[in-house]
Design a protein around this ligand. Structure first.
Ligand code: ATP
Ligand SMILES: Cc1cn([C@H]2C[C@H](O)[C@@H](COP(=O)(O)O)O2)c(=O)[nH]c1=O
Length: 240
């Protein structure tokens, strides 16, 4: 039997010299964006920050797709077509890799990504489960990650920020100026559980950082320290 290989997306600077890829994950309001921005600012030009899909400018392709997925006003990007939503979000995550040209990566040691493919896996796993109760959320999440792995490399390291869910959802609600409906709270609770399960399944990739009680600066410092430690470990591995 002939085995047909699926081509990987174009990826600049593959191999030994490529930058480390660190994704930052966690439920809404745990402080990912604040910490990623502080970390990238502190590391300077050696760090390339990839903004969350929902934070990209309205006139970009991701901005337009997110606007379409938000058109129903649901805080969870639900338009009633969860499979289409999942594939659209995954496509945007593949596009991020394809857009990394050698020029963009010149002098970059580490890419720090605010919500990576794991976000798509846990959010869409939770959403598809709420719409098709017979389908376990974890099975959907695993399937999304298996699809992702066929088309792009997974992050070298993933920092999972954990915190008090009620505090996090209150911050999220305050940030978007809305009361979260029960359906959104259910999705967020499910994503929290899925994150922990994915982290337990891949202990070499995931590092858990508990930011309960941390202020913004403390969370930023914890993420920065973790990124610096991962970069330093790679330097030691290279030298050895
Ligand atoms: N440690 C903290 N203590 C208090 N407020 C915080 C803390 N970290 C972040 N915030 C505030 O909470 C809100 C959410 O923070 P942030 O956007 O960084 O979280 P996030 O995890 O990226 O959320 P989302 O997934 O919804 O984008 C922001 O208004 C931010 O200023
Ligand atoms: C990646 C992704 C995200 N969502 C949800 C998660 C949040 O409720 C919203 C917006 O995210 P933000 O971090 O608060 O900006 O979108 C989703 O439903 N599906 C996804 O794949």
């Amino acid at each position: 039997m002939t085995v047909i290989r699926v081509p990987a997306p174009r990826r600049a600077a593959d191999g030994l010299g490529r930058p480390l890829w660190v994704s930052v994950e966690g439920i809404n309001g745990v402080g990912k964006t604040t910490a990623v921005r502080a970390t990238a600012a502190s590391l300077g030009s050696r760090c390339l920050r990839l903004d969350e899909l929902t934070d990209q400018a309205a006139d970009t392709l991701p901005g337009r797709v997110i606007a379409a997925l938000s058109a129903e006003g649901d805080v969870c990007l639900r338009t009633g077509h969860p499979v289409v939503e999942t594939l659209a979000l995954l496509a945007l995550k593949f596009r991020e890799v394809e857009r990394l040209t050698p020029e963009l990566l010149d002098g970059v040691d580490v890419i720090v990504e605010d919500r990576g493919v794991d976000s798509v896996a846990v959010c869409q796993g939770a959403i598809l489960h709420t719409e098709h109760r017979a389908t376990p959320a974890r099975a959907v999440a695993n399937q999304i990650l298996a699809t992702a792995r066929r088309w792009r490399s997974m992050p070298d390291a993933t920092l999972l920020l954990t915190g008090d869910r009620e505090v996090c959802t209150a911050r999220f609600a305050a940030r978007i100026g809305r009361t979260l409906p029960a359906s959104a709270l259910e999705v967020i609770a499910q994503t929290e559980q899925l994150y922990l399960e994915l982290a337990a399944a891949e202990p070499d990739r995931f590092t858990l950082i508990d930011v309960t009680g941390h202020d913004r600066a403390e969370t930023g410092k914890a993420v920065e320290d973790a990124v610096r430690a991962i970069v330093a470990r790679r330097e030691v591995d290279r030298a050895g």
